[in-house]
Structure formats: C-alpha cells, structure tokens
Design a protein around this ligand. Structure first.
Ligand SMILES: [Ca+2]
Ligand SMILES: [Ca+2]
Length: 290
C-alpha cells in the first residue's frame, strides 16, 4: 500500500470509528428506582417506583406517531411477590401531542390478552406487565414523540415484601403481538424503530443489616435484623468474633460502634471498649447506622 493510500485508509477508518462512537440510538432506560439500598438491592417491604426514560435521538425525520412499549415484572425464583403493579405516566409524556394515550395492565396468570384498565393494579403473583401506549394520526391530529426527545415519561410502582429477603424481582421488555408490539412507528413512513433496551434488570429484595442505632452484634448464622436490643449478648458475640471462635459477623456496621463520634469502618478492640462503656460504665449514646 503506498503512503498516500495508507493515510487515506487510516483517515477513513478514523472517521468511521468516530461516527460509530457518536451514533445515537433510540433507547428506553430505567432512570431511577426508589427505596434501594444500592444499585442492585431493593429495601424489602418498601414501595418502589421505577422511572423510565425515553431517548429518541436516532435521527428519523418526523415524529413517532405510535409508541407501544410493555414491561414485565417477574421473579426469577418464581416465588417473590410485590403486592401490586401500577403504571402511570409523567407530565413530559402527557405534554406530548397524542391523539390518545393509555396504560394497560396485564396479569399473566389470568391468561394471555387479559388486560385491566388504569386504576386497577395487576396483582403481583406470577408476573405482571404494564403497557404504555401513545398514538396520533398519520396526517391530522397529534404529533407523538418528537425526534430528539429525552425525558422521563413513565413509572411503574410495586411493593416488595420482607419475607422475600434475598430473592429477586426483575423487569424486562415484553410484547403481546399484534396489539402490544414493542416499537415506535415513524410518521415519515420509515421502518419502525425498535428502541434499544438493555434489560432484563434485576434487583435483590434486601433487608439492610444495620437498622437504627449500632451495637446489635449478631453472628452467622443467627442473623436477625429485627432484633434491636443491645445487651451483654452483643458484647459476648463481639468478643467471640474478635478473639475466640472468629465467627463471622452478620453485619459489620452494627459491630462498628467506635469511635462514638462516627464509625471508622473497622471492627476491633476499640469497638469492644465502647460496647463495655455503653453497657456498664458511662452509658453513652451509640452512633446511628449509615
Ligand atoms: Ca442484640
Ligand atoms: Ca470501629
């Protein structure tokens, strides 16, 4: 390859890579989830609102006049439940110029195609789906979803259960053709867009190990986050953990009581001293869980 050709090929490759990197896809994301302990854990027994974001930068001329996207909530273990499944739309969605928009709730165990109306949450057992639909006419009323749109549009609310500790709840895209196909239809008669979705996304149903104040030391396997009394049994467990049998702690944060001004992230003899002080000598107030 001569030098000039080589440079041209290199430049062309560079431009191609740059274009590919900048290519924007139409996508549906989960923007946020409420009452989580971290990115992968739902706090058990709380109400969780999953907020969905639509990104429509994919360069189709004209708007998407018909949008249909469904989401199924399910337990991979088959046994976790979530009380109810309630979909709702947000102002950014309502503000779009739809001719009509509605939310359908679908409960799998009622048989395929059985939908319930908005305001009648699908029960959580088995799996439940929520469909968000917006459509407008091709030629007259309604603009639909504009190219370049990027906002939060929908929510689905569920309620996890304490008894499902360590089980999982997942959400994935779903459709029930022909009515609920996962797609955005372009007003400009371009091919339908199938917005990207990187799910399924799963969360563990989780009970935070440290609740309220610190000091409730428990050792594996006797982990009971609902036991909140701090007494001599907790001191005994801490001594066992550090000096005798080295039994693992159920929850490091509960045992991390020193210094009193704020835990230091380690469990050692200083924590034993504070616990003795708390129980028998100066009775200081122990610091709170993170
Ligand atoms: Ca205790
Ligand atoms: Ca400490």
């Amino acid at each position: 390859m001569n030098r000039k050709l080589y440079v041209m090929v290199a430049l062309a490759t560079l431009f191609y890579v740059a274009a590919a990197t900048n290519a924007q896809v139409c996508e549906i994301l989960i923007d946020n989830v409420t009452n989580t302990a971290n990115d992968s854990d739902l706090i058990a027994g709380e109400v969780h609102t999953f907020t969905f974001r639509l990104q429509a930068p994919c360069g189709v001329p004209g708007d998407f006049h018909n949008v249909t996207n469904g989401f199924v909530f399910y337990s991979p273990e088959g046994t976790a439940d979530w009380g109810y499944t309630q979909g709702a739309v947000l102002p950014a969605w309502t503000a779009l110029n739809w001719r009509s928009t509605f939310v359908n709730h679908f409960h799998k165990s009622n048989g395929s195609g059985v939908f319930t109306s908005v305001g009648a949450p699908a029960p959580g057992t088995d799996s439940a789906a929520v469909f968000f639909v917006g459509f407008s006419d091709l030629v007259d009323t309604g603009d639909g979803l504009p190219t370049g749109f990027n906002n939060i549009t929908w929510t689905v609310q569920i309620e996890s259960r304490v008894e499902d500790f360590n089980k999982h709840i997942c959400v994935d895209s779903v459709f029930t053709p022909p009515g609920g196909t996962w797609k955005w239809v372009s007003k400009a008669f371009n091919p339908n867009i199938l917005p990207a979705w990187n799910g399924p996304y799963c969360w563990r149903v989780y009970t935070p190990c440290c609740i309220g104040g610190r000091g409730n030391v428990t050792l594996v396997p006797n982990c009971d986050p609902t036991d909140q009394s701090v007494d001599i049994a907790d001191l005994t467990d801490l001594i066992d953990h550090l000096f005798i049998n080295f039994t693992p702690l159920c929850c490091e944060d509960e045992a991390d009581v020193a210094p009193l001004s704020g835990a230091d992230g380690s469990v050692d003899v200083g924590d034993v001293s504070v616990l003795i002080d708390y129980l028998f000598i100066n009775f200081p107030t122990l610091s709170s869980c993170p």
